[in-house]
Design a protein around this ligand. Structure first.
Ligand code: SF4
Length: 356
């Protein structure tokens, strides 16, 4: 039987910056995929045959499966957040081998979106430890966490899949296991049981992303099935992770409330007492993007019938001049209320950390 790694990755080409093989992490990843062709590039961002090449839309999924990029994260900055986490940690990767059609990461990266792994992990770990040292203890509880400063790790990818490629995620879990007053956090749509072998000691929060199975089948391409994500929750809690739910994106369509009710019942039936005691969730309704819509029409038009709904959505100009769409404000605020009510009814005790 194929392992999850083999199902999702078959790395044939590795683009890497010149100095990568001399770094311990770079050498480790190269050794993990010994048969891959290696191509030296001046920068992980400057790969014309991958990025900004409209023709690559035909190779959208093939690139995700067969290409890796290795480079150095040049500028290390931790940014304030305040929604799901107090801070966004510097990325140790970006891109993803999965292919959710609403994913915003390709908006930033160009047409192709394979995994880029940053190999200067020691520098990133030192940066995080210093950043935490400057904060002092958290004295005011907030929606992110009552006691710990929360650092989001996986803003531009999926850490569970990244952990198949390198030990960056293991190093981060180890770091937050030993740091007092801080917690790492990442959302995921992939069940990587190798992570159960780590020792997080409560220092890492995994947020399993869930949406109703029918819609996930259409939009969450290459991910772990929703039922399997739910049935993994107890195991991750037993292994020492905090486990929350990331209910997103909520895609509105005829009958969406009924599907979400069923999903929440699936969670209620599938999760044990220990997990229920610590459970919380966040709810995020879909936003979409005009350029991504155009790219998606080239490889997955059926998904766009659900994601691109001008009859329900309104435009919002983003800071970088792109046209985003979101559900019309008045309707959306009613729908947010309906879904948070459903969480309260079907999963009593599951705190909604935020909903928008
Ligand atoms: S799992 Fe996350 S990062 Fe990966 S494609 Fe889906 S939304 Fe994007």
């Amino acid at each position: 039987m194929r392992s999850p790694a083999d199902r999702i990755l078959d790395v044939r080409t590795i683009y890497h910056e010149r100095e990568v093989p001399e770094t311990a992490r770079g050498a480790q990843v190269l050794a993990r995929f010994p048969d891959a062709e290696r191509i030296v590039v001046p920068s992980h961002q400057a790969i014309p045959e991958l990025y900004g090449n409209a023709g690559a839309v035909d190779d959208w999924v093939r690139n995700k499966r067969s290409v890796l990029v290795l480079g150095t994260k040049k500028s290390l900055a931790t940014r304030p957040n305040g929604r799901s986490a107090d801070f966004i940690a510097p990325s140790t990767s970006n891109g993803c081998a999965m292919a959710c059609s609403y994913c915003y990461v390709p908006r930033r990266k160009g047409y192709a979106n394979p995994i880029t792994v940053f190999t200067n992990i020691e520098q990133i770990l030192r940066h995080l430890e210093r950043h935490l040292g400057r904060q002092g203890p958290k004295t005011v509880p907030n929606q992110c966490d009552p006691v710990d400063w929360v650092y989001d790790l996986g803003e531009n990818g999926d850490c569970s899949v990244d952990a198949l490629v390198s030990d960056n995620v293991r190093d981060l879990v180890d770091l937050f296991a030993r740091l007092d007053g801080a917690k790492a956090s990442f959302a995921t749509k992939f069940v990587n049981r190798e992570l159960l072998g780590l020792d997080p000691r409560g220092g890492t929060r995994i947020r399993f992303s869930l949406m109703p199975e029918r819609m996930a089948g259409l939009l969450d391409l290459r991910t772990t099935r929703v039922a399997e994500r739910i049935s993994a929750i107890d195991d991750f809690v037993a292994a020492g992770y905090e486990v929350h739910l990331n209910l997103s994106p909520v895609v509105v369509h005829e009958g969406w409330q009924e599907e979400w009710r069923e999903l929440l019942d699936q969670v209620a039936d599938g999760v044990g007492e220990a997990a229920r005691r610590q459970l919380a969730c966040e709810v995020i309704f879909l936003t979409h993007n005009e350029r991504l819509h155009e790219v998606n029409l080239g490889w997955h038009p059926r998904g766009e019938e659900q994601l691109w709904r001008p009859d329900l959505q309104e435009e919002k100009r983003s800071q970088n001049g792109q046209t985003n769409v979101r559900y019309r404000a008045a309707w959306k605020s009613r729908w947010v209320g309906q879904l948070t009510d459903l969480v309260e009814q079907r999963l009593p005790g599951c705190r909604v950390r935020y909903a928008f």
